[in-house]
Design a binder for this molecule. Structure first.
Ligand SMILES: *[C@@H]1O[C@H](CO)[C@@H](O)[C@H](O)[C@H]1NC(C)=O
Ligand SMILES: *[C@@H]1O[C@H](CO)[C@@H](O)[C@H](O)[C@H]1NC(C)=O
Ligand SMILES: *[C@@H]1O[C@H](CO)[C@@H](O)[C@H](O)[C@H]1NC(C)=O
Ligand SMILES: *[C@@H]1O[C@H](CO)[C@@H](O)[C@H](O)[C@H]1NC(C)=O
Ligand SMILES: *[C@@H]1O[C@H](CO)[C@@H](O)[C@H](O)[C@H]1NC(C)=O
Ligand SMILES: *[C@@H]1O[C@H](CO)[C@@H](O)[C@H](O)[C@H]1NC(C)=O
Ligand SMILES: *[C@@H]1O[C@H](CO)[C@@H](O)[C@H](O)[C@H]1NC(C)=O
Length: 659
């Protein structure tokens, strides 16, 4: 059951982007990318192929998500894609990152979508855009902004529900599509195709009014000439609801498929036109606690060869997976909730750190049979540095920090969404005013997603949605405080569960009796400005000697604490290099370098053990590392209170035994 909550009062700022003819203005003259008149891209139905500038065309494309690669590395990754003989790059656009709160837009740094499009063209690649608004992609809520759930908790996502379309129409109509328009192929840019929605046939709603609306909105803003396509699983069951009239239907599938069957499904809906696999999987996604997924290079090469031999156009998902930095990773719902790790390596041809793998060369061997390889060498793997040990020191505990945070008092618990909290942790506290058995059972049903329970500051246990463990035995007397520190581990990214509320989403009970009177303190993990402001305030309070700081509880084995350390990038390094954070002895938490959130770590769960640190977030001289450790640090023994920066990643570590 969900709360209605209050309505968040932000006004929608409609910043209309001017449609500057970037490419026509010869911006790239110096790169000798001249603008040809009469640029066109479409479909030659008669000959089952694409038509580019009036000539037969097919693409070998690779997925690289700009929002998963540090912007300083875009050119390197795109060049490596081009050097494998590919002629296009495919990317999703993530609404939640660009509009983190209603009417607040961000296209800076890693979110500089237009910069990415320009970089792709400079690297001689065409671009296939998948604008969503829903993208799945193993991202939090499939790329939807979490605040949609606050605007209307009953919103029917991905349908023609007006309370949903209102926000989609603003995002697409006023912000995104005007930005895309100057980058269309016909306007001199690299964008040849635009996907409408995303694998919509897999969604139970099957709302044709919605998909037609998305088609019409896109055409209205981008023009009738732009080539629109849809992507669905390669079965009639998917295409049935995924096919949109007037939008070219394509399919997706991995290695070893019976191509006659998979492309046969596309043919049922597109009797003529190019065969297209829009997501050919050279690897697969991971979940915390499951072994690292891999796909053999040989199978990838064989299947790719077979598709290209049929003149099909293929997009490889992923060519380079990159990293779900920050708290952007999503989760899946199988038999239970399964959170995705920070690494999105995907066993792709370019590793998480962008290095060409053996799979890369096996693929290149295949593409070169069908498409010309550009002259020159494949750029080598970038150097990696082992900057060594970083001694860490306890900074503040979460309970101390609570003293400097805004908290909310309510009779019943609120969700993260109603607390304006995208992701991270919220401290929920209530004081018991009745007598119960000893021990009694604290039930935190459907918690989103992990709840660390303390009684008067003493650790009592953890509830875990992943383990479907919602009951924690506690010994508690009237007058004692029950604290539940709830961590969100990523919203479900696909299917019917994407309206995935976080925090205490049902009433907590003790031996079946409702607990009332909750004090809730969101810890602003996803907003560095606010987190730093809270640290600053805390420092002031501590100088004034207020007693709340004696509340240092939650520190079992150093848990629920922030740690800080510094390390040096030598001045004689040409420039900082990529490196990996190794957390032996640490348990579960979140890491930041120089205020850049690297993401969640959980080495004891695996399979991901190290966190990738791109060189672009480092600087010469002193760099700062911060950890929020939720469970247990090695710092009881001060000689062990450190982490290491190593030159080799480990993303296939041991995982728990499961029946
Ligand atoms: C561009 O198209 C127009 C109309 O189809 C045609 O008259 C013109 O010759 C074309 N120009 C070039 C350079 O192909
Ligand atoms: C699949 O095989 C049938 C029978 O050989 C053929 O008619 C059809 O064109 C094939 N479909 C594709 C997509 O190649
Ligand atoms: C692929 O395209 C070429 C050139 O248009 C054509 O000659 C060939 O028959 C096509 N092959 C298949 C399997 O359709
Ligand atoms: C690429 O092809 C060449 C020649 O066919 C072969 O010798 C080589 O082993 C192949 N490389 C990979 C990585 O498959
Ligand atoms: C908790 O119970 C109260 C009283 O029945 C109800 O109003 C409220 O909606 C419930 N809250 C949740 C999160 O289920
Ligand atoms: C406990 O406190 C809540 C509010 O904080 C109140 O509504 C409730 O009646 C109290 N219960 C008892 C048994 O006193
Ligand atoms: C982060 O916090 C600052 C300071 O409160 C605020 O101005 C900014 O809008 C917040 N950013 C986001 C994305 O919520």
């Amino acid at each position: 059951m969900k709360f209605g909550g209050w309505l968040w009062g932000a006004q929608l700022l409609c910043i209309a982007a001017a449609a500057t003819p970037l490419y026509a203005k010869n911006v790239f003259k110096e790169n000798s990318l001249e603008v040809k008149p009469n640029r066109s891209f479409g479909i030659d139905y008669k000959n089952n192929r694409f038509l580019k500038d009036g000539e037969g065309f097919r693409y070998a494309s690779g997925s690289i998500h700009y929002f998963r690669v540090h912007q300083t590395l875009w050119h390197d990754r795109l060049k490596k894609l081009r050097m494998a003989g590919f002629n296009a790059v495919q990317t999703y656009v993530e609404w939640s990152s660009h509009e983190p709160e209603p009417g607040m837009y961000d296209f800076s740094g890693m979110l500089d979508l237009e910069g990415f499009l320009i970089a792709a063209q400079q690297e001689d690649l065409l671009v296939i855009l998948r604008l969503g608004p829903f993208i799945d992609a193993e991202r939090d809520m499939g790329g939807f902004p979490y605040w949609l759930l606050r605007m209307n908790p009953w919103m029917k996502l991905r349908t023609a529900d007006p309370s949903y379309l209102k926000y989609v129409d603003n995002w697409f109509g006023n912000i995104l599509l005007p930005k895309i328009k100057p980058h269309l192929y016909a306007n001199g840019g690299p964008v040849i195709m635009i996907q409408v929605e995303n694998e919509y046939g897999s969604y139970q709603a099957c709302d044709f009014a919605y998909t037609s609306h998305m088609r019409d909105l896109t055409r209205q803003k981008l023009g009738d000439e732009v080539l629109l396509f849809s992507t669905d699983g390669s079965g009639t069951g998917y295409l049935k609801c995924g096919k949109i009239p007037g939008v070219y239907a394509t399919v997706d599938f991995g290695t070893g498929a019976n191509l006659n069957k998979t492309f046969g499904a596309q043919r049922l809906f597109e009797p003529q036109g190019p065969l297209v696999n829009s997501e050919f999987y050279p690897g697969w996604l991971d979940h915390w606690g499951d072994p690292h997924a891999t796909v053999s290079s040989e199978n990838v090469a064989t299947s790719l060869d077979a598709m290209l031999a049929m003149n099909a156009s293929v997009n490889m998902y992923m060519f380079h997976g990159g990293t779900s930095f920050g708290l952007t990773a999503g989760a899946n719902k199988g038999s239970t909730y399964q959170a995705c790790p920070t690494s999105y390596d995907y066993d792709a041809p370019l590793s998480e750190a962008g290095d060409p793998t053996e799979k890369y060369f096996a693929i290149r061997n295949v593409t070169k049979k069908y498409l010309p390889l550009p002259a020159g060498e494949v750029p080598p793997a970038m150097p990696k540095a082992a900057y060594g040990k970083i001694v860490m020191a306890n900074h503040w505990t979460v309970m101390q920090l609570k003293g400097a945070l805004q908290s909310t008092m309510q009779q019943w618990p609120l969700t993260f969404e109603d607390l304006n909290m995208p992701n991270g942790i919220v401290v929920y506290e209530t004081t018991l005013n009745f007598t119960v058995r000893d021990p009694s059972v604290l039930s935190l049903n459907d918690i989103g997603d992990r709840g660390y329970v303390f009684v008067d500051g003493e650790y009592a246990g953890v509830a875990s949605r992943e383990g479907a463990i919602f009951d924690v035995p506690v010994s508690v007397r009237p007058g004692q405080t029950i604290s539940v520190v709830v961590e969100s581990q990523g919203r479900i990214c696909v299917g019917s569960g994407i309206n995935d509320f976080k925090g205490l989403t049902t009433n907590a009970t003790l031996d079946g009796f409702y607990l009332e009177g909750w004090n809730m303190s969101p810890v602003p993990i996803t907003n560095m400005t606010r987190l730093k402001a809270a640290f600053h305030k805390l420092k002031k309070i501590s100088h004034s000697g207020q007693s709340m700081l004696s509340l240092s509880y939650g520190t079992r084995q150093g848990s629920m604490s922030f740690y800080r350390g510094t390390f040096k990038v030598p001045d004689d390094d040409d420039h900082p290099q990529d490196t990996f954070l190794k957390l032996d002895g640490w348990t579960k938490g979140i890491a930041w370098v120089n205020d850049f959130c690297l993401g969640r770590y959980w080495p004891v769960m695996g399979p991901q053990v190290t966190l990738y640190i791109p060189a672009g977030v480092l600087k010469k001289g002193t760099n700062k590392l911060m950890l929020l450790e939720l469970e247990a640090s090695p710092c009881a023994d001060p000689s062990q209170c450190y982490v290491s920066l190593v030159d080799t990643p480990q993303i296939n570590g041991p995982t728990p035994r499961k029946l």
